[in-house]
Design a protein around this ligand. Sequence first.
Ligand SMILES: [Zn+2]
Length: 118
Amino acid sequence: MECQKCGQAIDPGEEREFQSRTLCEDCYMDALSPLKACDPWAVHSAKRLEQMGTGEQFSELQAKILAFLKENDGVRPDILCRELNITPQELEREFATLRHMEKARGEKVGDQVILRLW
Ligand SMILES: [Zn+2]
């Protein structure tokens, strides 16, 4: 048995199948690694972790929310949604992240909730 890529002899039982070619261990690892490197999900997760880790890199929307709260401390969620032209769901999702980073928080005033900087 020979590797179909590098031509090296492969010991019985050591051969690897890759895309219907028989490869030695080395060529098999080579063939696999490019797939790992361009896995978009892995890159995406790494970026996300980076974002959470530093706590200083915000998405565009999060930056807008923070900027708005700086100008208008203590604003109602529905007003913030209207001003930034986003849905309550979007606000809720972004705000959860900001709260997690301790950048912004919700505060209960009477029977209303207002959003403020942390
Ligand atoms: Zn090989």
